[in-house]
Design a protein around this ligand. Structure first.
Ligand SMILES: *Cc1c(COP(=O)(O)O)cnc(C)c1O
Length: 468
């Protein structure tokens, strides 16, 4: 039995078992796809694991590796193309383990200076990809949902401060397109603000003409309570990029906060072949990108970057007797690199969750990231060709980035679902149906450099009509 807080030989044996599993899991290619099992089946297989005396670490690890992990889908499987998959590098996973072992509180410079220093170098790389100025800075939060909300809270704080009390009790308004991620509406609900949805164009993008028309049609009261416009670079369902430059113009004219949600798509900033599509992002007041999506990091991680790093702490710093020691010497003339990550978002205690990305970037260099993103873009183009070459399929949109949306001619929603279930439960692939203009369709999201043309061919062939 391993003693608690007793690093003895038993503990070392358990550690090597856990490490051996981890090393195998990192190496296995492809990983087992996995699939969910019903609650009753899991209960039957696992039983009650939380008991008065414990079931031993060895037994809990066995249950995890033999039952629980296979009952969870591996996001890094090359044929996991649903939602937004992940494809963490080996280096990033290894370092995720190191971060846990190092027991660092990464909320303050006082406690986590070394970790925060390294995280900030990774953040600076991301800020540079967007051509953000030297004044920029931010923090790694848990995900795009947390990042969008923290950015919008900072934007509202900026707007209220600028209005010197006039809007301290005004219910704020955010403009976003119909293609914006659900987390924007979720942030608005949490903030007790409203969202005005701007219709998207036929490709699903927020464009200048409809944005301006919506602004022109706004009442003066709504105009007065508008504090932010959100654009998306890489919408989640279609992977398209809004007209960032025009949105920047409008936000500037209206003197409101301009936030860019790049949770999925901003990773494409590092790919020279698509970099031009992002022009305008350099004028944002804040943007986000999730390393756990297309920047090859483990969960959970979102880089939130403010154009002016001080906009974060102005909105988010918590004040309490036991925390004041962290803030007594902080003023805005201080170099931002020594600021507290806790002050940059809606959180306090935090894991140094930027370190896996930092370690992987330091290991491989940034060119390797550009190459890996380019590879996924190339496979997406090949997938588009494969879809076009099959008479039973119809590509619905030329891909902007790495998402393919297409229909299987003649299929009902039930046909799509039956095919999807069959693929998952036979361990073949994980591709759930999506929808486009109200119609059930198929969607591939390709962020895994291990996903190859051949994988897509196998999936597309499985959609073919039965030979008669
Ligand atoms: C995935 C996604 C989000 C939400 O990110 P989480 O990390 O899942 O919270 C927000 N915006 C866009 C565009 C996304 O693709």
């Amino acid at each position: 039995m391993v003693g608690m807080h007793t690093p003895d030989a038993e503990m070392a044996r358990l550690a090597s078992k856990a490490l051996l599993y981890s090393i195998d899991r990192i190496r296995i290619d492809p990983p087992p796809l996995g699939a969910p099992r019903p609650f009753e089946e899991l209960l039957e297989a696992v039983g009650q694991t939380i008991t008065k005396d414990g079931i031993t670490g060895a037994e809990a690890l066995r249950l995890f590796t033999e039952v629980l992990a296979p009952s969870s889908i591996s996001v890094d499987h090359p044929k996991f193309l649903s939602f937004v998959p992940g494809a963490p590098t080996e280096a990033s996973i290894i370092f995720d383990m190191v971060v846990s072992a190092a027991s660092i509180y990464a909320g303050s410079w006082l406690e986590g200076a070394g970790a925060v220093f390294a995280e900030n170098q990774a953040l600076r790389w991301i800020a540079d990809l967007a051509d953000f100025p030297a004044s920029a800075g931010g923090v790694f939060v848990s995900g795009g949902t947390a990042g969008n909300m923290s950015a919008l809270i900072a934007g509202r704080h900026w707007w209220r401060s600028r209005n010197e009390g006039r809007h301290d009790h005004t219910r704020g308004l955010i403009m976003a397109s119909k293609g914006a991620h659900s987390s924007v509406a979720q942030a608005a609900r949490a903030m007790d603000a409203d969202v005005l949805l701007v219709p998207a164009d036929e490709r699903g993008r927020l464009v200048g003409s409809t944005l301006r028309a919506t602004v022109d049609a706004m009442s003066q009261a709504d105009r007065d309570r508008l504090f932010a416009i959100v654009a998306t670079c890489g919408t989640t369902n279609l992977g398209v990029i809004d007209e960032l430059s025009v949105v920047a113009d409008v936000a500037h004219e209206l003197n409101v906060w301009f936030h860019v949600d790049g949770a999925y798509g901003a990773a494409g900033l590092c790919a020279p072949s698509v970099r031009h599509k992002y022009i305008g992002i350099e004028r944002a007041d804040s943007f986000i990108v999730d390393p756990h999506k297309w920047l090859f990091g483990p969960y959970d991680s979102c880089a939130l970057i403010y154009r002016n790093v001080h906009d974060g702490p102005r909105a988010h710093t918590q004040h309490a007797e036991y925390l004041d020691v962290l803030h007594s010497e902080v003023d805005e003339s201080q170099p931002w690199l020594e600021m507290n990550p806790a002050d940059m978002a809606h959180h306090l205690s935090r894991r140094a969750r930027g370190l896996p990305l930092w370690f992987s970037l330091a290991t491989h260099g940034t060119d390797a990231y550009a190459d890996a993103v380019e590879r996924t873009l190339k496979v997406t183009k090949q997938g588009a060709e494969e879809i076009r070459s099959r008479p039973y399929l119809e590509l619905l949109l030329e891909p902007d980035l790495s998402i393919l949306v297409f229909r299987r001619l003649g299929w009902t929603p039930e046909d799509y679902q039956r095919w999807s279930d069959q693929q998952l439960y036979s361990g073949e692939s994980f591709i759930v149906p999506s929808s486009w203009n109200g119609e059930t369709v198929l969607r591939f999201c390709i962020v895994n450099p291990r996903t190859r043309r051949q994988h897509l061919i196998e999936i597309l062939d499985s959609l073919a009509p039965e030979e008669s």
